[in-house]
Write a protein that binds this ligand. Structure first.
Ligand code: NDP
Ligand code: HSE
Length: 432
């Protein structure tokens, strides 16, 4: 059988998984590609680092030029994170005539227009299934399987690290820092995990999906975004008692000709599919005008699930399918009439509020008075008793509102802060 020579740039968590699949399952990949996707070179930074995959002699190199200047290598999986040198390497590879596969969502969210234009100009393609949802084939599904539809909304859990942390807090009482360290050890987190926990990684993935589903042109940094870095285990527990789970959700919705987008932690009723997504799993619910709702669920981070998506892209590129899809999608292309991004943070929501209040007569009336004055209608209110031994003079108060405008909540929270009976800034979370 003929070979197509393939290179990998980066042999970390994802690159190692890709090398394992290419080296250990060559028969499988060859059967699907009709040729052997042959691992010719694997480029790393540090040749002396121990590797968790046995690389054949002559394959490992720290010289990018071994790939760039080898015309026999036509397909390259670019698997280093961050913006530079990843961007420059991608441009060099395109100029050298390579088709590229990447998992780097940060790079695509920021430099997608430049990279896709360059690939189009040079007649090359970029495949990026692994950039969103890890092993879930969400890019192929939106870009190919649902193309008879206008997608009208999508919502999902797009960050495995955050979902893993929240699950650990909820199910095992693990504190935030310990859970994050565990996610890092398991290979889920970004090299800079701030991008996971502050919601940036989720917003970058949402911007890629929204480009694909709605043709949204815009800066991912303009998506209203709140992460889980301040999530308190107390809120995970109170939400649980109220019948909810907290999840970091990405939402995009077509409203007239604009797309409302938002990333924030939200309370979701237990038993609903998104609420039951555990550990590093991701899930995305897409609604199309013909198909209705479709739900995708699978491992959103980690070595082999992500490698599964990368290798499927390698096979599609070797067969020529990726090139056809890439040309037809015209992503980030000037020829598409782009939709603009609208701020979804002002849409009406139900809210969860928690504050620490003085345990004395009249305080409840003061709080409900502030909410009532601002037009916030209360759905339920729970004041937790101080435990018997506690000498604390304050108690937690948890309020669930009916649907209300965000500015009514913001105004109420500002007024709570003026009260001497309310101890700390109220925690405010949206309810899906
Ligand atoms: P790692 O940090 O584990 O690995 C990065 C690799 O890149 C290392 O092998 C490193 O070499 C190599 N590298 C870095 N700089 C250079 C350079 N200048 N030249 C050559 N090699 C270089 O990252 P991951 O595998 O976790 O992630 C890779 C990409 O995949 C990122 O964009 C990430 O966002 C994305 N991704 C990650 C997922 C995951 O679960 N981890 C899931 C989905 C996407 P060396 O080993 O010598 O240090
Ligand atoms: N750090 C990312 C996550 C990797 O945890 O979801 C997958 O994109």
């Amino acid at each position: 059988m003929e070979r197509t020579k393939v290179a990998i740039i980066g042999l970390g968590t994802v690159g190692t998984g890709v090398a394992k699949l290419l080296l250990d399952h060559g028969d499988r990949t060859a059967r699907h590609a009709g040729r052997i996707p042959w691992l010719e070179k694997a480029v790393v930074q540090n040749l002396n680092k121990p590797r968790k995959v046995e690389i054949p002699d002559g394959v490992l190199t720290d010289n990018l030029d071994d790939v760039v200047s080898n015309p026999e290598i036509t397909v390259v999986a670019q698997l280093i994170g961050g913006i530079e040198p990843a961007r420059t390497i991608m441009l060099q590879l395109l100029e050298a005539g390579k088709d590229i596969i990447t998992a780097n969502k940060a790079l695509l969210a920021i430099h997608g227009p430049e990279l896709f234009d360059k690939a189009r100009q040079l007649g090359r393609c970029i495949a990026f299934e692994a950039s969103v949802g890890g092993g879930i084939p969400i890019i192929t599904n939106i870009g190919q399987c649902l193309t008879a539809n206008q997608v009208t909304s999508l919502r999902g859990i797009l960050n495995g690290t955050c979902n893993f942390i929240i699950t650990q807090m909820q199910d095992h009482g693990t504190d935030f820092e310990t859970a994050l360290r565990e996610a890092q050890n398991l290979g889920y987190a970004e090299a800079d995990p701030t991008l996971d926990v502050n919601g940036a990684d989720t917003a970058q993935k949402l911007s890629i999906l929204s480009q694909l589903a709605f043709g949204v042109r815009g800066n991912w940094e303009d998506i209203p975004c709140k992460g889980i870095e301040d999530l308190d285990i107390a809120d995970v527990r109170f939400a649980d008692q109220l019948g909810y789970r907290i999840k970091l959700l990405a939402i995009a919705k077509l409203v007239e000709n604009e797309v409302e987008m938002n990333v924030s932690p939200m309370l979701i009723k237990k038993g609903s599919p998104l609420a039951e997504v555990q550990d590093a799993f991701n899930a995305i619910r897409v609604r199309g005008d013909a198909v209705g709702p479709v739900f995708y669920h699978g491992q959103g981070a980690g070595q082999m699930p992500t490698a599964s998506a990368v290798v499927a892209d390698i096979i599609d590129t070797v067969t020529g399918r990726s090139q056809i899809t890439f040309n037809n999608l015209e992503l980030w292309s000037e020829s598409h009439r782009p939709r603009s991004m609208a701020d979804a943070s002002q849409t009406r929501n139900r809210y969860y509020l928690r504050m620490q209040v003085t345990d004395k007569p009249g305080v409840m009336a003061e709080i409900t008075g502030i909410l009532g004055k601002n037009g916030v209608s209360i759905a339920s209110i729970i004041q937790h008793k101080p435990d018997q031994e506690s000498l604390a003079s304050t108690v937690p108060l948890v309020i669930m509102s009916h649907q209300t405008a965000q500015n009514a909540i913001t105004k109420s929270v500002e007024e709570f802060m003026q009260s001497e009976n309310i101890d700390s800034k109220a925690v405010v979370l949206k309810v899906l």
